[in-house]
Ligand binder design. Structure first.
Ligand code: NAD
Ligand code: UDX
Length: 518
């Protein structure tokens, strides 16, 4: 398969767009064309307003897409799928693989129809040999089906080689993740043609990634490694979240637990932040896919094990809502609740599987008046998510979602007259903690100067406008609770004893009537 000169990527989403922008940026000699069926998405990629928000993305796209004095444009976005496939030597398939919503495996298995239609398109259009690369996250052995379809439909004499090259970027940090990846994984058949294709793809990454970080292995290991990595990462979050429940009941502090355990180098400190529950388009979907694969392989115990990671996550979201209801005297009817943050994590406008969606649905069921502020999520996206989520309006017994939800474009309007503030995304602007001086490495990380630099909110200004008693439920442990208590807030954090609890304990200590905490 020799050297790659012309790349096509099918799917201009959160993965296809940023990944190809970096590939093009770092390989000025390559022509990279990203195609999609969605005309509005492609138009946005060709405009100054990219369809996704990702710190550092804009500059990377603009340099490759628009060129400069000393480089020609080499990144193109188009809806002409056929033309881009026809001229490519290597085609990334980076389409969505969501959880199936109906039919066999509904609610667990991956929906592979988008992958299959992309593969059929490649087979129909190709008149020259192609390396076809699975970039989408797929069930183990999907490459088998791809090879079969390609050879059944492909024109005589046209050869296809299928590689697996899963993507490990996380949203919000996609650009630094792509620029300095922990590893690039390439899976191929272990024969001459498979290895030669793998080496051609490795050469593309070698444009900026050190060779020792480019790992090659067999196809099936590579496919399964992607599901495994996400399952292991999500499992850590469910583990710390399960511990957070024990902390809340005993007076231990989950941040101290994470620190104490994370300093053990065998455990490591990352992905141990207790939270209101993980969200995002990948973790839940990929664990459910792994669960389904285990079931189809007749491994019910294995399926139950992975399934429990998702179960704990659902439990964590419900537990948080229940704590809010209990603290607000078991009635939310007509109480204004300010929700700060709607995206599933900071530094992204993506809301897929955001914990905010199910928590707002729960609060709506209690007939609260919810007022939402998020620095990056577009208002129409919020309406779409709330409408689409099990029909919130019928849960609330109100006419329309707009009868009990408002979307504000600043934190102060969201919080005015509220009984409680609920922090659901860890955006920096919600924090009142002392700002840590950035390390040299952090200071050098690219940012595009948007949301991450929004000023911190003024908590004392908010306090002046709220109903008494004022509550803060911090689903991300971004606030310094003691400082807020000095302003008169009652603060409840994940995995820490609440204000009431702390006062009760103090009283018990003073009167000597200490009871066992459990
Ligand atoms: P996405 O929904 O943002 O983008 C997918 C794009 O593919 C959409 O724009 C859609 O219109 C397009 N598409 C679908 N079928 C098509 C076809 N036949 N022809 C042309 N275009 C088509 O999805 P994403 O978040 O970029 O995820 C893509 C894949 O990467 C998924 O398998 C996902 O699991 C995996 N992944 C995602 C992330 C992440 O952070 N989002 C990280 C790693 C891996
Ligand atoms: C994840 C994987 O990290 C990435 O490698 C893969 O390619 C795609 O899926 P992403 O979902 O974008 O990336 O973000 P991630 O940072 O992993 O966070 C996922 C969710 O877990 C978010 O809701 C985040 O807030 C939450 N989280 C993360 C925690 O609750 N605690 C943590 O310690 C880390």
């Amino acid at each position: 398969h020799g050297r790659v000169q012309n790349i096509c990527c099918i799917g201009a989403g959160y993965v296809g767009g940023p990944t190809c922008a970096v590939i093009a940026n770092k390989n000025p000699h390559l022509k990279v064309t990203v195609v999609d069926l969605s005309q509005p998405r492609i138009d946005a990629w060709n405009s100054p307003h990219l369809p996704i928000y990702e710190p550092g993305l804009q500059e990377i796209v603009e340099l490759a897409r628009d060129g400069s004095a000393d480089r020609k444009p080499n990144l193109f976005f188009s809806t002409d799928v056929d033309a881009a496939i026809a001229e490519a030597d290597l085609v990334f398939v980076s389409v969505n693989t969501p959880t199936k919503v109906s039919g066999t495996g509904a609610g667990f298995a991956s929906e592979l129809s988008y992958v299959e239609s992309a593969i059929r398109k490649i087979a129909e259009v190709a008149t020259t040999d192609k390396i076809v690369v699975e970039k989408s996250t797929v069930p183990v052995r999907t490459a088998d089906s791809m090879r079969e379809i390609l050879s059944a439909i492909g024109k005589p004499g046209v050869r296809f080689e299928v590689l697996s090259n899963p993507e490990f970027l996380a949203e919000g940090t996609a650009i630094p993740d792509l620029l300095t990846p922990d590893r690039i994984l390439i899976g191929s058949l272990v024969n001459e043609s498979g290895l030669s294709a793998a080496s051609a793809l490795a050469n593309v990454y070698a444009g900026w990634v050190p060779r020792d970080r480019i790992i090659t292995m067999n196809l099936w290991s590579s496919e399964l490694a992607k599901l495994a990595a996400n399952a292991l990462l999500a499992q850590r979050i469910s583990s710390i979240n399960a511990l957070s429940a024990i902390c809340e009941a005993t007076g231990a502090d989950v941040e101290e637990i994470a620190f104490a355990c994370g300093t053990d180098t065998r455990i490591g400190s990352k992905m141990l932040r207790a939270s209101v529950g993980f969200g995002g388009s990948c973790f839940k979907k990929d664990i459910l896919s792994l669960t389904y694969i285990s079931e189809t392989l007749h491994l019910p115990e294995v399926a139950a094990y992975w399934r429990s990671v998702v179960d704990i996550n659902e439990y964590q979201k419900d537990r948080f809502t229940n704590r809010i209801i209990t603290c607000l005297y078991n009635s939310l009817t007509n109480k204004k609740i300010a929700v700060l943050g709607f995206s599933y994590k900071k530094d992204t406008g993506d809301t897929r599987e955001s914990a905010a969606i199910s928590i707002i649905k729960n609060l709506a069921g209690e007939r609260a008046k919810i007022s939402i502020y998020d620095p990056k999520v577009e208002e129409r996206q919020i309406w779409q998510d709330l409408q689409g989520y099990g029909n919130v309006s019928s849960v609330a017994g109100a006419g329309s979602v707009k009868d009990f939800v408002t979307v504000e474009n600043n934190v102060y309007d969201a919080c005015a007259d509220a009984h409680a503030i609920i922090i659901l995304t860890e955006w920096d602007e919600f924090s009142n903690k002392a700002i840590a001086k950035p390390t040299a490495a952090q200071a050098n990380k690219p940012t595009n100067g948007h949301a991450s630099t929004n000023p911190r909110m003024d908590w004392s200004r908010v306090a002046d406008t709220m109903k008494r008693p004022m509550f803060v439920f911090d689903g991300r442990n971004v606030v310094d609770a003691r400082a807020l208590e000095e302003l008169g807030f009652r603060v409840e954090c994940i995995g820490k004893p609440g204000t009431n609890w702390a006062k009760e304990r103090m009283l018990q200590a003073q009167t000597g009537k200490g009871a066992s905490p459990v």
